[in-house]
Design a protein around this ligand. Structure first.
Ligand code: MG
Length: 295
């Protein structure tokens, strides 16, 4: 099941995406004869409801009151996550391109939720930044609260997966020697285009992940190269902080980031389009635009 948030006219809602069709919440409510939570996080945090919808959706009459993807504007599937946790250096190939050893323990940082933007929204290039870069990442979306849960049980708390770009200002990141400022600008967390439930994503430990800039492949890897696998990551985060419904955990980026390209780094420029695609999930596509003096 793919769960998306979308805008149709002046209405913002969530629903299920099947192929090109969008099944809005109210159509699901009529078909199931029950109310659904008004917010997507309420929906994905109720496993009995999500499994019911997952079973019933294929049985719906496809002719009725459905929208298509062309009718709607897809929005960030989770607009206000309680938190965004990001892993650093979690891919063997990405550590190697920086001549770094993998960390003994997970290196994490938090990104503010105000950085979230939609799957096709612009990335705003801040005027104080000199070196803008991309990081294509698989993101985990938490369904139910988890605190100190072992890896073999923790996936019960995961609703699904989405595509994430951990946009980074390298000049600031490396100057500060920690990550918060360089990774926290507004629009530095494009996400989407929807959340795919864990039952439908396939083997999340072996998904192709590709990042293109203006069509040129920059990152071409697989989640099988992660040091810490998804259950270990989520379990390890839950040892530190309570994971809550709607939390997003970005699992690190593979090799091919702009700053590590030899012989010369390739940073992002205004006008370029960055696309991150993950097998069995989909792609997000974001144009880099200059910061306007009025915003
Ligand atoms: Mg990252």
């Amino acid at each position: 099941m793919k769960v998306a948030r979308f805008q149709f006219g002046s209405t913002i809602d969530y629903g299920i995406v099947e192929d090109e069709r969008v099944i809005p919440r109210e159509v699901l409510e009529k078909a199931l004869r029950r109310d659904l939570p008004e917010e997507i996080v309420g929906f994905i945090s109720d496993p009995s409801l999500t499994s019911l919808v997952e079973e019933e959706t294929p049985l719906l009459d496809a002719s009725k009151q459905l929208l298509t993807l062309n009718d709607v504007k897809l929005l960030a599937p989770i607009q206000n996550p309680p938190k965004i946790i990001c892993l650093g250096l979690n891919y063997a190939d990405h550590a190697a391109e920086q001549n770094l050893q993998p960390p003994q323990e997970p290196v994490i940082f938090l990104k503010p939720r105000t950085a979230i933007s939609g799957p096709y929204d612009d990335i705003v290039y801040p005027s104080i930044v000199k070196e803008l870069d991309y990081e294509g990442e698989l993101a985990v979306v938490i369904g139910t609260k988890a605190k100190r849960v072992e890896p073999d049980k923790v996936m019960e708390h995961v609703f699904g997966f989405t595509v994430f770009n951990d946009v980074s200002a390298r000049d600031i990141q490396f100057r500060d020697r920690q990550w918060t400022r360089g990774k926290s600008f507004d629009t530095f967390a494009p996400i989407g285009p929807w959340v795919v439930s864990k039952s439908q994503v396939g083997d999340y430990n072996n998904l192709k992940i590709t990042t293109r800039v203006n069509g040129e492949v920059r990152q071409n890897s697989t989640t099988s190269l992660m040091y810490l696998k998804v259950p270990e990551i989520v379990s390890s985060m839950s040892q530190v902080m309570t994971l809550e419904p709607g939390d997003i955990i970005a699992t690190g980026t593979p090799s091919g980031v702009g700053f590590a390209i030899k012989p010369k780094p390739k940073f992002l420029s205004v006008g370029e389009v960055v696309e991150v695609e993950i097998q069995n999930i989909g792609a997000i596509r974001n144009r880099v635009v200059a910061e306007s003096s009025s915003s």
